[in-house]
Design a protein around this ligand. Structure first.
Ligand code: UT7
Length: 320
C-alpha cells in the first residue's frame, strides 16, 4: 500500500497591525505608486511589540488543527520554517510545542528563508511516507519586521509578518504527489542578513540586505524550472494544474511563473497585495486563503513553489 501525506487542514494568522503603503510613506521616502507598481504590494501586517514568531505560529496551528478536526494529542511531528526564530536556541518549534501543551514527539526548525515552507513540507512528507509519522504539523512563521532596516527603502517596504500551518496526515489517498528541492550556495550574498551574535554583541550588519535585480532574475528562471521538474516527477502535464500557490514576493515574478505554466492569473492565489512578502509564511498563508475563500476545492491539483536566500528553492505538487 502506498502511503501519501494528505492535507487534513490549514490555518493562518496575521498580526492585528495592518500598515498600508501610504502609512509607510509617512516614515520612509517612498510612495504607494512606487511600491504597488514594482511589487503589487499594497499593505502588510506587523507583529506587536513582544509578539514573536511562535505566538503567530500558535494561532495558525490552532486554526489548522480545528480545520483538520484532530486532537493536539494526535500530532507526532512538528516542523517550523522560520527565518526569524524566537531565539538563537532553543528552536521555535520546541517553544511552540510547549505553547501547544503536547510533548515528546520530534519538533525542529528549518531555515531555508522564503523556501522554508516547501523544505519543511517535503521533510514531513518523507517522515509520513516512511511510516515514521502519521500526523505532522508544518508551519511557516515570521516576524520579518524584526530584521528590517527602516533606513533602507529598497527592502523595508517589501516584507510583512504572519504565519500559516498545515496538518498532514498519512492516507491511502493522494496527497503530496511529488516535490523537488534545490539550493545553490554560490548565490548566498544577493539576499541575506550578514550579521551574527558573537560574544554578547551583534557582529556585522543585522538587517536584511537584497540585490533586488539579481534576485528577481534568479527567481523567475528557478521557479519556472522547478515547476516543470516537479510535474515530470509526478508524470503530469502543466494542463493538469488547477491552482498555482506561489511564494508571495512580487506580483511580476508570480505572473511570469504563471505564464510559464500556461495558467491564467485567475488560477493563481495572490495575497502579496495584502500580506507583502512574509518569507516562510507566505505559501501556507496563501494556501489557507485559497481554501477558506472556497476557490481551492478537494480533489484539485495544486502547485506550491517558493524561493529564498541561500539560494534555496523548491516546489510541491499536491492533490488537495
Ligand atoms: O523573497 C525573496 C524574493 N525576493 C524577491 O523576489 C524580490 C525581487 N526583486 C524585486 O522585487 C525588485 O527588484 C524590487 C521591487 C526589489 C526593486 O524593483 P526594481 O524595478 O528592480 O527597482 P530598482 O531596485 O532598480 O530601483 C529603481 C529606483 C532606484 O532609483 P534610481 O537609482 O533609478 O534613481 C531606487 O533608488 O527606485 C528607487 N527606489 C525606491 N523609490 C521609492 C528603491 N526603493 C524605493 C522605494 N520607494 N521603496
Amino acid at each position: 500500500m502506498t502511503v501519501y501525506s494528505r492535507i487534513a487542514g490549514t490555518g493562518s494568522y496575521l498580526p492585528a497591525q495592518r500598515v498600508t503603503n501610504d502609512d509607510l510613506a509617512q516614515k520612509v521616502e517612498t510612495s504607494d505608486e512606487w511600491i504597488a507598481t514594482r511589487t503589487g504590494i499594497r499593505a502588510r501586517h506587523f507583529a506587536a511589540e513582544g509578539e514573536l514568531s511562535s505566538d503567530l505560529a500558535l494561532k495558525a496551528v490552532e486554526a489548522a488543527i480545528a480545520s483538520a478536526g484532530i486532537a493536539r494529542e494526535e500530532i507526532d511531528l512538528l516542523i517550523v520554517a522560520t527565518t526569524t526564530p524566537d531565539h538563537t536556541f532553543p528552536s521555535t518549534a520546541t517553544v511552540l510545542q510547549n505553547k501547544l501543551g503536547v510533548y515528546g514527539f520530534p519538533a525542529f526548525d528549518i531555515q531555508a528563508v522564503c523556501a522554508g515552507f516547501i523544505y519543511a513540507l517535503t521533510i514531513a512528507d518523507q517522515f509520513i511516507r516512511s511510516g515514521t509519522a502519521k500526523c505532522a504539523v508544518v508551519v511557516g512563521a515570521e516576524t520579518f519586521s524584526h530584521i528590517l532596516n527602516w533606513q533602507d527603502r529598497t527592502t523595508c517596504v517589501l516584507f510583512g509578518d504572519g504565519a500559516g500551518a498545515v496538518v498532514l496526515k498519512a492516507s491511502e489517498e493522494p496527497g503530496i504527489l511529488a516535490s523537488k528541492l534545490h539550493a545553490d550556495g554560490r548565490y548566498k550574498d544577493i539576499l541575506n542578513v550578514p550579521g551574527r551574535i558573537k560574544n554578547g554583541a551583534i557582529d556585522g550588519d543585522p538587517w536584511v540586505y537584497m540585490d533586488g535585480g539579481a534576485v528577481f532574475k534568479f527567481a523567475v528562471r528557478a521557479l519556472s524550472d522547478v515547476a516543470v521538474e516537479t510535474l515530470a516527477l509526478a508524470g503530469m502535464e502543466k494542463s493538469q494544474v488547477d491552482w498555482l500557490v506561489p511564494h508571495q514576493a512580487n506580483i511580476r515574478i508570480i505572473e511570469s511563473t504563471a505564464k510559464h505554466l500556461h495558467l491564467s492569473m485567475d488560477k493563481v492565489i495572490v495575497t502579496v497585495d495584502q500580506h507583502g512578502n512574509t518569507s516562510a509564511a507566505s505559501i501556507p498563508l496563501a494556501l489557507d486563503e485559497g481554501i477558506r475563500s472556497g476557490r481551492i476545492q478537494r480533489g484539485q491539483t495544486l502547485m506550491l513553489e517558493g524561493i529564498g536566500g541561500g539560494f534555496t528553492w523548491g516546489a510541491a505538487l499536491i492533490k488537495y
